[in-house]
Design a binder for this molecule. Structure first.
Ligand code: IFM
Length: 888
């Protein structure tokens, strides 16, 4: 079988477009055969579109299909002038072509396309797109004889760029002069029925669906390099509803670390607390296993596809974590008969107490440790399609942080998913992801690589965070064991500001995670002799400090002081609560549920500051974000964040309140390290007197400078690990002196090793804000490569969630220049030379917002009234859309 033939024979298409004339119904053929197949495909979740020169009554009157979904039927009639969606209650007009004739388009093939069709085809593809179906999953069947230029869907498809990845065939008895890429099958209506039968049959036999290789949406890995193996399985983690599965291959593989993790489900005590792995569900017996394969993460659809290279029939698998059914995961697999065995659907994780059994005809397995546990219930079935063995597995997870989860709790979800069936689950999945991308996305036409990498970051921000009333986001999400799933400031200051623009309810739940651990933070402050609440640097189940006391650096045991000294986390958490409220427009949040957190954190700082004889307030010894310098005094970031915390809490008490008055006075007295001589901030007391070493004298960043120079030597220099002073420009610019951002960028930039994955994205954001978008783009690219290129050689143990959060902040707050002030969305875009335009979609102030930014203007679209301000212009109310010209 040659390649084009394999394309249409060996693929499951998610959408089919066919020419009405190919059915022969207008020339006397019976409509019942085509009706039956269209209805079956729609019921299985496929989209079907019919194109015809005849009018609606003529086509619909004979086809008479009333699909109940999930796949939809589209009738594009009157030569492409009108498009109707057909549901159970009949056709509804979706689109009508406006005025003037189309041109043949830009495909460069001879002939004139009849007027309506390219527009109509675009409209059809846009309908498919709404359901997450890209052109690569569309089969187009033309039926007209004569030169291709005589039109029909085959002609239309060849004439528009969007459709080039579709598979196009012609069933016309004769067809000369076909456009390139359109295969001639001939055979008329019988061939069309045969093609549709194949699609129905592939679904009935549970064949592995195809994936769309759209380069704008897919991350691909090929090859056999075992050292890349573990990185790939981290990158290909799939998650939804608070459960995630690493993208390990199905068979046992050298070095592979397959894991299923559930958000907030920890085991162990003290600093040993870590995420408890649940039963594994992706294992298969493949003999022999594939030697080489292509693996594709499809970000648009939220599926992971695998296809063996160099073997026929190849091993193929496709898996997904259902976005609309929390805890449900599903997989199909196929291989030549004799190579594939299902084995047990649930495999034991590496630790915990495992129990298993059968319930209502399903296998179940549960892992518990202490009170917490993760349970799964599974169903699987095998089949055969000629020489191909197929397997379908659906699993439902449930988890509980405080009780042993009951497997029965997942049976209903499993059975509901089983009833819907894999094909419809996949259709649901595509639609759910399409809805996400419709609301939150990035468009950079001049920089497709950056666009893809930003989408990858958004994908994992969605996939590696939980859902529910409280959400604990570990530094590596749910994608690996590093940092044991502990929650750092990464969650509050890096991930939350991204999520509030993507899924505000999750950002709120992240604050709730902290609120519910306020009692533990109070106890910690009291134990240390302070008032209020002090949050832990690393947090897990209980909210107690879980930072380990010792670790390793380059094989050497070292003391870890961050749990004792990295105190800024307390103000960071208060900032996160306020940021959530401001960005989402949840006005009552700070004065309501989050008030105790704001007040107690301020009380902590009030008792923590030491006022000297001159009346100046100090905080020390602490560690700032730059962890290369420990036990410092008056770290500018810590002090300014504490000042902000005191002032913000004072706004929440009544004006005459004595405690509030004391907070304000203390805030004014806090030393902030501003140095009028240089116009910037000194990172901590005495920093300017350290050896003025810069990275140009050491190594090219990003680099772990502590490994290179040794901790002691490094501490005596001005080299820093990550933005420290810059973080206060990023979080609380209103607390900084005018003009200091530029001075601090110039001073600290050359001294930053970017030894933390958190570093490049926030630097990019600050550079863009400072009007240096080209430098910002270089830093953004480093941040984007952090995991995709495993820049720090740590991706094998998990994704860097703070980097992803920082990347989205760099796009939104940096390049688009979006900030919320007093209920107004303020924009101040900065485009690098390499980008002619930037499109961002996000949520803000309860609205969905789209910005299309060029050097000339900002086009804004919202789904409701929004107060907006561009640059230093006047605020204006926008509802619907507006074009805001930019000054030069
Ligand atoms: O929170 C970070 C810290 O800023 C640098 N070291 C790693 C931690 C977890 O990502």
């Amino acid at each position: 079988m040659n390649d084009p033939e394999r394309r249409w024979r060996e693929r499951t298409f998610e959408a089919v477009v066919f020419d009405w004339c190919a059915t022969g119904v207008s020339h006397g053929a019976r409509a019942a055969p085509i009706r039956r197949r269209v209805a079956m495909l729609c019921a299985a979740g496929a989209e079907v579109a019919v194109m015809s020169d005849e009018d609606l009554d003529a086509v619909d009157g004979r086809l008479r299909v009333r699909p109940g979904g999930p796949g939809r039927l589209w009738l594009c009639v009157s030569g492409g002038l009108e498009l109707y969606g057909v549901g159970e209650d009949g056709p509804r007009l979706r689109w009508r072509r406006s005025g003037h004739a189309d041109r043949a388009g830009d495909a460069g093939w001879a002939g004139t396309v009849p007027a309506g069709e390219p527009d109509a085809m675009r409209a059809i593809l846009a309908c498919f797109d709404e359901r997450g179906i890209g052109a690569g999953l569309v089969l187009v069947v033309g039926g007209r004889s004569g030169p291709a230029g005589e039109g029909g869907p085959g002609g239309a498809i060849a004439s528009i760029v969007e459709a080039r990845r579709a598979t196009a065939v012609s069933v016309a008895p004769e067809c000369d002069d076909l456009p390139p890429g359109v295969a001639h099958l001939g055979g008329g209506p019988a061939t069309l029925l045969h093609l549709l039968d194949r699609q129905v049959r592939r679904r009935r036999h549970r064949r592995v669906p195809a994936m769309d290789g759209d380069p704008a949406w897919t991350i691909r890995e090929t090859g056999t390099d075992p050292s890349r193996h573990r990185v790939t399985e981290t990158l290909f983690t799939l998650g939804a509803g608070g459960f995630a599965t690493r993208g390990s291959v199905e068979e046992p593989a050298h070095g592979s670390v397959p894991l299923v993790l559930a958000a907030g489900i920890y085991t162990g005590t003290g600093s040993e607390q870590h995420l408890l792995p649940g039963p594994r569900w992706t294992g298969l017996i493949l003999r022999p296993p594939p030697r080489e394969d292509l693996r594709v993460l499809d970000l648009r659809a939220g599926v992971l596809f695998r296809e063996e290279i160099g073997h026929s029939p190849p091993v193929r698998t496709l898996r997904l974590a259902c976005v609309s059914r929390p805890g449900v995961v599903a997989m199909r697999a196929e291989a030549g008969v004799g190579r594939l065995r299902a084995g047990s659907p649930l495999r034991w994780p590496p630790e915990g107490e495992v129990t298993e059994g059968r319930l209502d005809g399903h296998d179940w397995s549960r892992v518990t440790s202490g009170h917490a546990g993760v349970a799964a219930v599974a169903a699987q079935r095998t089949g055969r399609d000629g020489g191909v063995r197929t397997l379908e597995r659906i699993v439902a997870y449930t988890a509980d942080p405080a009780h042993r989860p009951v497997p029965r709790g997942a049976v209903a979800a499993l059975e509901a998913a089983g009833e819907v069936g894999f094909d419809r689950l996949l259709a649901e999945q595509r639609a759910a992801w399409a809805a996400r991308w419709e609301a939150v996305d990035v468009r950079i036409p001049d920089d497709p690589e950056t666009q893809l990498a930003v989408r990858f970051a958004l994908f994992h921000l969605w996939s590696n965070t939980g859902c529910g009333e409280e959400v604990a986001v570990g530094a590596r999400g749910l994608s690996g064991k590093a940092y044991a799933g502990h929650v750092f400031w990464d969650a509050d200051v890096f991930v939350l500001p991204a999520l509030v623009s993507m899924r505000p309810a999750t950002a709120r739940a992240m604050v709730v995670y902290r609120l519910r651990r306020l009692a533990a933070a109070r106890a910690r402050a009291a134990a240390l002799g302070f008032s209020g609440a002090r949050f832990p640097w690393e947090s897990a189940t209980t909210g107690e400090e879980v930072t380990p006391a010792r670790g390793h650096l380059g094989g050497e045991a070292v003391a870890i002081l961050t749990g004792r000294m990295e105190e800024h986390i307390t103000a960071d958490i208060a900032w996160a609560a306020a940021h959530y409220a401001r960005w989402s427009g949840d006005d009552g949040f700070l004065s309501g549920p989050a008030r105790p957190l704001m007040i107690e954190t301020a009380r902590y700082w009030a008792s923590r500051c030491q006022v000297d004889d001159a009346g100046r307030a100090h905080i020390g010894p602490v560690i700032g974000p730059d962890e290369y310098h420990e036990a410092v005094t008056d770290n500018a970031f810590t002090n300014v964040m504490a000042r902000w915390n005191l002032r913000r809490a004072a706004e929440l008490v009544s004006p005459g309140d004595e405690e509030g008055r004391r907070w304000r006075v203390l805030a004014d007295r806090l030393v902030d390290g501003y140095d009028p001589a240089s116009g910037g901030y000194e990172q901590f007391a005495g920093y300017f007197r350290l050896e003025p070493l810069t990275m140009a004298q050491v190594a090219v960043p990003p680099v772990a400078a502590d490994l290179l120079l040794g901790r002691e030597r490094l501490a005596a220099t001005q080299i820093i690990k990550q933005p420290d002073v810059l973080m206060l420009h990023h979080l609380v610019p209103e607390e900084t002196e005018a003009g200091s951002l530029e001075a601090d960028l110039d001073f600290y930039g050359p001294r930053t090793a970017h030894g933390s994955s958190l570093s490049p994205a926030i630097t990019a954001c600050s550079l863009a804000r400072a009007g240096r978008p080209d430098e910002a783009l270089s830093l953004l690219r480093i941040a984007l490569a952090m995991d995709l290129e495993d820049l720090t050689a740590t991706t094998a143990t998990g994704l860097h969630m703070a980097t992803f959060g920082g990347v989205w902040q760099a796009l939104l707050t940096g390049f688009a220049g979006a900030r919320v002030r007093d209920g107004t969305l303020c924009l101040d875009p900065r485009l690098p030379e390499a980008w002619g335009s930037l499109g961002v979609r996000f949520r803000c102030l309860g609205r969905r917002v789209r910005l299309d930014i060029t050097r000339e203007a900002v086009e804004v679209r919202t789904d409701g009234a929004l107060r907006l301000r561009l640059g230093t212009g006047e605020p204006q109310d926008v509802a619907g859309s507006a074009r805001l010209p930019r000054g030069r």
